[in-house]
Design a protein around this ligand. Structure first.
Ligand code: ADP
Length: 456
């Protein structure tokens, strides 16, 4: 069976509910009003008949009716019978010509005739000890309900019209409200079928929840598309970077097989393979580190760390390079930090200062606690970075001068540095004047970074 759309189901549901409610209300109103109407009919019958009682008297055995006696007043018939049941005055309604109803003093009761139901009320009017007359009032039951019936009829006729109007109006509103949802559906299908993340729902009129959802959906697609593109770029760059050393290794092997006759030549080939292998190993470990930080699969425990101690230790481990390092460290600077990650950040900055700074030039490492923050700066006296490149160097795989040979990296060092800074709730800044050098600074909040145990 074909499933109906939510719009149709919704419309059917509230229309059925409205029909049920209308029926219940009508039945309830009919019940209440019929009981009220029957009560007021009985009261009216009793009022008219009692009013007539005052006008009835027996003078010397003969019946005398006063001037105000009414035989028929607003549907109420009043008739007078003798003690033996003979009609003395008044005219019976037509159906009663064949019905004989026994007299009951003072009791209003319904009596069935072949032309409908009547209320009947009798009063015994005595005259002396033994004689008297019966005064009987009669009123058709439907008389009192007529207005009610016409009211109910009008309601019953109008109700389906109202319900139809409500159902159509509701369906129209629901359809309008659901329009963004249809658009979302169509866009999602287009993306699914075409595998094209660039499809968008576009602007929708109105401010309803679904319109907001459509807007959010578009923004989400925007982000997804960017992330997807970045991922694609990342994969392409990573494979390109890995392919280069692999190609060098393969051609080195081929060369050695063909021409590597002397031990010196073989030694040279092995060194090339070793260098390229180390490059690949470095790259793979960098990629792994970034992926872990991206995905948050590795929990970075931040704990109170003596930064002065950490930076001094790292500077002392630099071997040959240590002679060019000039540490300027404030004592007792502590922060919430992860030792291995922060060491990696500093090492990357020192490596860059060595690789891209002036050959044999000095490298300053400064640690300071200043107004509300802690600053760790690595400064060199190299050629600096052109202003138009200063934003880009933080991007993955970006290199200012990729053609430069030597022991250059793959352009991942600074993006790892930035990721580590973020994990610590800090930021990185760069001050660089071409020809005079560059200073990379880590800014950490003094009160400690985000909560310990934050995922990276
Ligand atoms: P890599 O791993 O190739 O060193 P990085 O992300 O560490 O990549 O650096 C990106 C680019 O920024 C480098 O290619 C280099 O051109 C430039 N760079 C980084 N540090 C310095 C520096 N101290 N002085 C001049 N240029 C630098």
């Amino acid at each position: 069976m074909r499933r109906r759309s939510v719009k149709v189901r919704l419309t059917i549901w509230y229309t059925a509910l409205m029909v049920l409610m209308a029926a219940l209300v009508l039945a309830f109103v009919a019940m209440i009003s019929s009981s009220v109407a029957s009560q007021s009919s009985r009261t009216y019958l009793s009022q008219v008949v009692r009013g007539n009682l005052d006008q009835v008297s027996l003078v010397d055995g003969s019946l005398q009716l006063g001037e105000e006696f009414t035989f028929l007043q607003d549907g109420v018939y009043t008739v007078v019978y003798s003690q033996s049941g003979a009609l003395l005055a008044g005219q019976l309604p037509q159906p009663f010509s064949t019905v004989s109803e026994p007299f009951v003093n003072g009791l209003t009761r319904p009596v069935d005739t072949d032309q409908g139901e009547y209320y009947v009320l009798d009063f015994w009017v005595p005259s002396g000890w033994e004689s008297g007359v019966w005064v009987r009032g009669l009123m058709e039951v439907s008389e009192g309900n007529r207005t009610l019936y016409s009211l109910l009829l009008a309601a019953a006729i109008a109700m389906p019209g109202f319900i139809l109007l409500a159902a159509l109006g509701g369906y129209w509103l629901v359809r309008r409200a659901f329009r963004p949802l249809d658009a979302i559906n169509a866009t999602a299908s287009a993306i699914n079928e075409g595998r094209d993340l660039s499809a968008r729902i576009g602007a929708m009129p109105g401010h309803g929840e679904f319109t907001q959802l459509a807007g959010n959906f578009d923004r989400m697609l925007e982000r997804l598309e960017r992330a997807f593109e970045a991922e694609k770029q990342f994969t392409a760059d990573a494979s390109h970077e890995l392919r280069t050393p692999v190609t060098v290794i393969l051609s080195a092997c081929e060369y050695a097989e063909k021409y590597g006759e002397t031990p010196e030549e073989r030694q040279e080939t092995l060194q090339t393979i070793h260098r390229q292998g180390r490059k690949m190993a470095d790259l793979i470990s960098q990629l792994l580190q970034m992926t872990r930080m991206d995905q948050g699969t590795e929990a970075a425990q931040l704990e109170r760390t003596d930064l002065t101690d950490l930076v001094r230790g790292l500077c002392e481990e630099q071997g040959e390079l240590g002679r060019r390092l000039i540490p300027d460290l404030q004592e007792g600077v502590t922060a919430q930090a992860n030792r291995p990650l922060l060491s990696r950040l500093l090492q990357n900055l020192i490596d860059n200062a060595e690789k891209y700074g002036a050959p044999g030039g000095r490298i300053w490492v400064t640690l300071r606690r200043e107004t509300g923050e802690i600053r760790l700066t690595v400064r060199d006296e190299g050629p600096g970075i052109p202003p138009d490149q200063q934003e880009k160097i933080w991007q993955r795989f970006y290199q200012v001068d990729p053609s430069r040979g030597g022991d250059r990296g793959a352009g991942l060092g600074l993006s790892i540095v930035q990721q580590i800074a973020r994990v610590h709730g800090g930021t990185m800044t760069l001050e660089s004047v071409p020809g005079r050098g560059s200073a990379f600074t880590l800014h950490l909040p003094e009160g400690g970074a985000s909560l310990p145990g934050k995922n990276i």
